[in-house]
Design a protein around this ligand. Sequence first.
Ligand SMILES: C[S@@+](CC[C@H](N)C(=O)[O-])C[C@H]1O[C@@H](n2cnc3c(N)ncnc32)[C@H](O)[C@@H]1O
Length: 321
Amino acid sequence: MTLGKRIKQLSYLAGWQFRALMGRRAPLQSVNFILDQCNLRCRHCSVYAIATPRIKTLAQIREELEYCHSLGSRFIDFEGGELYLWKDESVEGHTYRINDVIDLAHEVGFGSVTITTNAQLPFIGTHADQVWVSMDGVGEWHDDIRGKGTFQRLDNNIRNYGEWRKSVGGQAPPVCVNVVLNNRNYPCLDEIMEYVRSNPHIDQLSVNFHTPFSETEELFLEPEIRNALIDKLIDYKRRGYPIMNSRSGLRAMKMRDGKTICTDRYCWVTNFIFSDGSRSPKCMGYMHGVCDRCGFSMGGEMYAMQHFKPDTLLSGLKLRM
Ligand SMILES: C[S@@+](CC[C@H](N)C(=O)[O-])C[C@H]1O[C@@H](n2cnc3c(N)ncnc32)[C@H](O)[C@@H]1O
């Protein structure tokens, strides 16, 4: 990011924080689900069961981006489905792909654009500011959740991306890993930490817990196990492992009496545009009535941010600048 862009972003953030203190609740970041077509059938997800997947056109995405920007949002996360399957051929003679969506977001005025991918397809040449790769374990642990051979492809694509990044003098966005712990893969946490730390192509990881949407409740982690894992993660962080979650954000994800404290009350910082085009200030967890068992790291971070925890404010800045 250029110095000018950094200064512009920082001053917008300061203004936003000031307005938030004055009681103005406007989203700072948006999540846009641009398709629900996917190339995997993961245990934790039911997107693949949709008979006719929805795929937005670039024109629809433009309208949605302009709407989010008009609310005050300046950071956008694109989600799916699998973003590397997205294409729009509705305009004769053109095939738009994910980089066109990212360029559009920059053009509309978003300062930071992130994408989340399962890394089954190459992502070399991405125009995003940050790439999040979903990884649910190392080797067979990952394959158990996402299907045979998926870890090998992910590992290869991360390595190929890293080599390419090196070849362009590091002038390409970092790769971060998004881990979701559930009651099948949690014993793999130590292996995940070592894999991420020793992989020169991965910058950091964010750790989440399975949120029990309907049909995937069986993956929910018992609160005692989750709390013990959080203590372990805080210790890993203290020892210098590249964990993006802030210490305060992790603490806020602990469960007390079977419930989290970071409920939807704190989630107004983000707004959502779903794949059917519906617009909401609340995430899918709210719609499913599972906020009190939310496992999304952003829930903890937003709670800690609104309690002015300095470590959380700093890690938020680091993530977006
Ligand atoms: C909806 S997926 C779709 C993007 C892409 N296909 C992928 O796998 O990265 C986006 C992220 O949400 C996470 N996720 C999906 N279901 C979840 C759940 N019930 N609780 C917590 N995280 C979940 C996935 O692991 C993934 O990192």
